[in-house]
Write a protein that binds this ligand. Structure first.
Ligand SMILES: Cc1cc2nc3c(=O)[nH]c(=O)nc-3n(C[C@H](O)[C@H](O)[C@H](O)COP(=O)(O)OP(=O)(O)OC[C@H]3O[C@@H](n4cnc5c(N)ncnc54)[C@H](O)[C@@H]3O)c2cc1C
Length: 417
């Protein structure tokens, strides 16, 4: 940390928060990075590389790289499992941060995974990147020791003695910060409320986020029910987005790109698998989209129709009902695996953070910009927005937006002209 330098609070350690923190540190501004979960990287750290025989520019690797850069940056102080508790605005901001206990000591932990293996309650969580100083964390809401103190298996089994279950919650009154960046991200749409699809009931129905994690961890697509490579896969687009019934009329902007890229990865790694994509219309992205889309059309079956109900058939296969786009007749088709391309919804902490900071939310529940020409400014002086807290964005757009927010903050602080 540079002594006497300005200090900025960044809320959220996803790709946007990491990018703002890194850019500010390079401008010699000290950063206090507050992340509510036990890991940095947000959603994007969970994604797979979508390269086929060539890079498909999905941006997933950029998150790994930025995380490494931030962890090596002495100007950034990270508080995991922490949230803003109180803010008092004076000449500067006086902020109080609530820090939940970090139960696994990152200095002692060797990432052996014994705690995860032995925990009877599923309270030990594995992160998605070894770049996080500790790959495991204990969720005290699920941990039996925090319920009735009668389980200490993880602590007893840890060969390094890295687990301390008796740590107390801390409230840290951080002296003062000069500005705040809200980079608290988004919540993925939960398709359970779309009962016609039967998510949670149909075993081989997964979300785009689950497919991202599966491809990242296992390298290929497998049916959850029997771990076999599926022969027929369907993607259903716009699940939770552009849906007047749900009052989510906005486009999430990332689902067409991520679904088409993952569909091509599936075909590349398992050429015997046939992939169909059900869509309303395709959201374009990037300058070379027309070429990319032509390749998709020759490799994938594109069906312009949104399926109705999904039923489970024999051998856990899924029966989709839809209307034939040519003759309008009803079709029943069977797939081995169906992927719901879930969209980007406002962050679950938006209301609380908005109340604490006196910020306005827009009609969809994302943080509102105060001025259409300044994409990072808010209705409060000294408070700025970065990434998907402000609305749907890709990884690369979130990074660009976060960089812009950092430069706006630096101008506000007089560090940059
Ligand atoms: C299924 C799916 C697949 C996608 N695939 C791609 C892809 O391949 N390529 C691409 O470019 N984009 C993709 N995206 C979009 C991508 O996820 C976003 O662009 C990116 O994650 C945005 O980063 P963020 O930092 O704004 O938000 P997030 O990733 O949501 O990070 C926000 C962070 O803030 C933390 N946080 C939240 N509230 C608080 C609080 N009150 N206090 C402290 N911390 C808080 C969260 O725990 C989280 O770590 C995909 C999206 C989805 C849903």
């Amino acid at each position: 940390m540079s002594k006497g330098a300005k200090q900025v609070l960044v809320i959220g350690g996803g790709i946007a928060g990491l990018s703002s923190a890194w850019e500010l540190a390079r401008l010699k501004v000290n950063v206090l990075l507050v992340e509510k979960s036990g890991f940095l990287g947000g959603h994007a750290i969970q994604f797979c590389c979508k390269a086929t025989d060539k890079c498909q520019k999905c941006g997933a690797c950029a998150t790994q790289k930025r995380l490494k850069e931030v962890l090596q940056e002495p100007g950034v102080r990270v508080h995991l499992k922490s949230e803003l508790k109180e803010v008092i605005k004076d000449a500067r901001f006086r902020v109080t941060i609530n820090r939940r206990p970090i139960l696994i000591d990152p200095q002692k932990c060797t990432n052996c995974g014994i705690c995860l293996e032995k925990c009877p309650a599923g309270a030990v969580k594995r992160g998605h990147s070894g770049r996080n100083t500790c790959l495991y964390e204990i969720d005290e809401n699920e941990c039996l020791y925090f319920k009735d103190r009668d389980c200490t298996i993880c602590r007893d089994e840890c060969p390094e003695g890295a687990i301390n279950l008796d740590q107390q919650e801390l409230s840290e009154a951080v002296q003062e910060v000069d500005a705040i960046i809200v980079a608290s991200g988004f919540t993925p749409y939960n398709p359970i409320e779309k009962t016609r699809f039967g998510y949670g009931i149909n075993k081989n129905l997964i979300t785009g986020l689950e497919l991202e994690r599966m491809l990242r961890q296992k390298g290929r697509v497998l049916r959850p029910s029997d771990h076999q490579v599926p022969q027929k896969v369907a993607f259903i687009q716009c699940v939770g987005s552009r849906d007047p019934q749900l009052k989510h009329v906005f486009c999430s902007q990332v689902c067409c790109p991520y679904a088409l890229r993952m569909a091509r990865v599936i075909r590349h790694r398992s050429p015997e698998t046939k992939v169909s994509v059900f869509y309303m219309d395709i959201q374009t992205f990037g300058n070379d989209f027309p070429r990319f889309y032509r390749e998709c059309e020759s490799d994938l079956r594109m069906i312009r129709c949104m399926p109705g109900h999904i039923f489970q058939g024999d051998n856990d296969r899924l029966i989709l009902r839809y209307v034939d786009e040519k003759d309008g007749g009803p079709v029943k088709e069977v797939f081995d695996l169906v992927v719901l391309s879930i969209g980007i919804m406002p962050g679950e902490t938006n209301k609380r953070v908005a109340e604490l900071l006196g910020l306005r939310l827009d009609e969809n529940g994302f943080f509102a910009v105060s001025n259409g020409f300044k994409r990072t400014s808010t209705n409060q002086e000294g408070i700025f927005l970065a990434g998907t807290s402000q609305g749907p964005k890709s990884i690369l757009d979130s990074m660009a937006h976060a960089g812009h927010a950092a430069r706006e903050v630096a101008r506000y602080l007089g560090v940059l002209k």
